[in-house]
Write a protein that binds this ligand. Structure first.
Ligand code: ASP
Ligand code: MG
Length: 411
């Protein structure tokens, strides 16, 4: 069997869903089809929760109605009858008694529920034999709301049993990005987590391969919106892919590679607009290192610099203290640099940062700069580096022989 994953952009309208249909029809294998929320639905659902949390019920309701209308319009364009073929969630599952993050998961997970319901019913009506899975019942997680951890053993058993029971030949349509707790609450695995779901299911089911269908020709050496001349990288090793995604390449979620590498399952990234194209293949026998310079931007960074409060500064002790705080506050570190009396860390500027800085200030003199991006250039040369630096304000740079990492001010 194979796993196919379709992101939000690939199913943002009826035409996208029809395209998905033609791609799954062309497959000769049994398929596990993992789908994200349609278009920008996840962002819109986030706004619903934020409005409700702020007591702005009217705005929340307007946003909610827009989301429902958007899905209804897609259903109609696909020839489905809203309310008959698919019944969308009627009420917003928000409980003011619960913590924000728990409410977030109940509401935001609906994007994937809706998209997969619509797609499964549509495929059925087109004569395909399809089963819809409500994955929160099978993919068991803990209750780390918004970043739930998968309970691998329980989930593997449930997913395998479900797949065994599925009608043959099988095509299952299910949600990426979401899971469920032991007591039946929905959870989410972290934004853009559908790739990760696809990889985990591939691992559980010993898939022959996992394919991520995207709106780009495959993995490119730079973001085509930022660099005019991009090159397709046809083949790469797992390790290269991890580095690329960790450095900020938006192409695949960083957590995607491990479950695949563990079972040596190849990952294809292919353009959904041109299913016959080769795209990129990530596998153990990939060709590496990549021989064109690769530019990767990681946006929305904040550089935090800690300076010793007294002269009794021991680097090792400070490091362990700092990383304990960073870990507890769920910060994502993208770069570290230390000198005799300072330590700088560049992290994603998330909602967790202010509290972490508060705590760091108890121990160090802390300063920080935000509105930064981290540019990683792999396969760099001195000339390439000079060109990248020109006209930019560089806050910090780290270079090795082949890789340069620049923390730059966003314009
Ligand atoms: N719909 C979720 C998000 O936008 C998950 C995903 O797209 O992978 O974050
Ligand atoms: Mg998405």
């Amino acid at each position: 069997m194979k796993v196919y994953k379709f992101g939000g952009a690939s199913v943002k309208d009826a035409q996208g869903v029809r395209n998905l249909e033609s791609i799954v029809r062309q497959a000769d294998d049994e398929l596990m089809v993992v789908v994200s929320a349609m278009g920008k639905t996840t962002n819109a659902l986030e706004r619903v929760v934020e409005f409700l949390d702020a007591g702005k019920e009217e705005q929340a309701l307007n946003q909610w109605v827009d989301i429902i209308d958007y899905h209804v319009a897609i259903m109609k364009a696909l020839g489905l009858q809203p309310g008959v073929d698919v019944r969308l969630q009627g009420e917003i599952p928000f409980d003011p008694q619960l913590p924000f993050d728990e409410n977030y998961d109940q509401v935001v997970s609906l994007g994937e529920i809706m998209s997969t319901q619509i797609i499964a019913v549509y495929l059925l009506k087109q004569g395909l034999s399809v089963e819809w899975w409500n994955i929160p019942k099978l993919l068991r997680t803990d209750t780390t709301w918004r970043e739930a951890k998968i309970d691998t053993e329980t989930s593997r058993a449930a997913i395998r049993a479900g797949w065994e029971r599925a009608q043959r030949p099988s095509m299952v349509v299910t949600q990426g990005f979401i899971g469920g707790t032991e007591d039946g609450r929905r959870t989410t695995l972290g934004r853009e987590g559908s790739d990760y779901t696809a990889a985990v299911l591939g691992n559980f089911l010993d898939a022959e391969s996992v394919t991520i269908w995207k709106d780009v020709p495959g993995i490119l050496n730079a973001d085509p919106r930022l660099e005019p001349n991009t090159i397709l990288i046809p083949s790469l090793r797992y390790q290269d892919a991890v580095e690329l995604s960790y450095s900020g390449a938006q192409i695949i979620h960083p957590k995607t590679i491990r479950p695949l590498e563990n079972k040596q399952i190849p990952l294809f990234v292919k353009p959904f607009g041109d299913p016959q194209a080769a795209g990129s293949k990530i596998a153990a026998d990939g060709i590496g290192p990549i021989d064109v310079p690769v530019y990767i931007w990681r946006k929305n960074q904040i550089l935090i610099t800690m300076r010793a409060k007294d002269f009794a500064f021991v680097l090792e002790e400070s490091l362990s203290e700092i990383f304990d705080i960073i870990h507890r506050h769920r910060l994502k570190v993208s770069l570290i640099q230390s000198s005799a009396v300072t330590i700088s860390v560049c992290v994603d500027n998330t909602r967790f940062v202010p509290e972490a800085i508060d705590e760091l200030q108890h121990h160090f003199n802390v300063s920080y700069n935000d509105h930064l991006s981290l540019l990683t250039i792999r396969g760099t040369t001195p000339e390439i580096l000079d060109r990248a630096k020109a006209g930019r304000t560089i806050m910090l740079s780290q270079t090795t022989r082949r890789t340069a990492r620049l923390v730059v001010k966003e314009d």
